[in-house]
Design a protein around this ligand. Structure first.
Ligand SMILES: [Zn+2]
Length: 267
């Protein structure tokens, strides 16, 4: 299987704005182009980081989402939500590349702010419905609550469970609610048997792929060893892994995953 046989790719979740060095950032964006990743969505983290995030998105012509990550939900969550509502109104007025709400959700490992997380997540789901946008969800050790709130929200456009890691049963429950599974680096870990099982079983139209945290050392590694198939950006590796598990060609998988992302985010 050659690199050229994979169709264009879109990174559905990459925190490019966490790379501060402008040179490294440009290098990574160029490398993405070179490897066939010609679209990306930069997800939001919290209000104070939005301006940097939007600046990076505009610089490279990438799409972005707006929201408040569960780790950053504070006691003044209502204030954060009102900032989000204001920013959403502004973005929809200027018809920017805003394509989703998020990342938002619940993280059960963060007990200290969990009550505020619940309020903030519900409010963000309501905004997604109001603005007719899909949601990018961070769900860790809180799937029952996430499923319940999503069901109650009656979203128009569903969304993605970013960095999905769970059982085939859990995958099916999200898919029934109109959600895609965001598949990232965990799939490349040979010990992630549960996730491999999920990928073998789910329909291809439920999957999107993601880098999540953009690493500068990945850029350095890749530029040094561009021809080494064991290094490089993870998206082409994810496509090949999914293709192996589904016993389909990498071309077919990449085409499906590309279309899924375009459809979900209306790119
Ligand atoms: Zn993220």
């Amino acid at each position: 299987m050659t690199e050229q046989s994979i169709a264009a790719m879109i990174d559905s979740h990459i925190h490019l704005d966490n790379i501060n060095d402008p040179h490294q950032l440009s290098l990574l964006a160029a490398l993405m182009q070179e490897q066939g990743i010609n679209g990306a969505i930069i997800p939001a983290v919290e209000p104070s980081l939005w301006s940097r995030q939007l600046q990076v998105a505009n610089q490279f012509g990438y799409a972005f989402s707006l929201g408040i990550h569960p780790w950053y939900v504070k006691q003044h969550w209502q204030q954060q939500i009102s900032e989000l509502a204001t920013q959403l109104a502004e973005e929809s007025r200027t018809r920017s590349r805003l394509v989703a709400i998020g990342e938002c959700g619940l993280d059960g490992n963060y007990r200290d702010n969990f009550d505020w997380q619940l309020h903030s997540f519900s409010a963000q789901l309501a905004l997604a419905k109001q603005y007719n946008l899909p949601v990018i969800i961070h769900a860790v050790k809180a799937h029952e609550q996430v499923l319940k709130l999503v069901e109650q929200a009656e979203l128009c456009r569903g969304g993605v469970i970013h960095g999905f890691y769970g059982s085939p049963e859990l995958a099916t429950r999200y898919i029934r609610l109109g959600f895609k599974l965001g598949i990232g680096a965990i799939l490349l870990n040979e010990n992630a048997k549960k996730l491999q099982q999920v990928i073998q079983d789910v329909p291809l139209d439920c999957l999107v792929i993601e880098t999540d945290i953009a690493q500068v050392n990945a850029v350095e590694q890749t530029t040094k060893t561009l021809n080494d198939p064991h290094f490089g950006l993870i998206l082409p590796l994810l496509i090949k892994k999914i293709a192996n598990l589904q016993k389909k060609s990498a071309v077919l998988v990449s085409e499906h995953v590309f279309c899924n992302t375009v459809q979900l985010f209306d790119l």
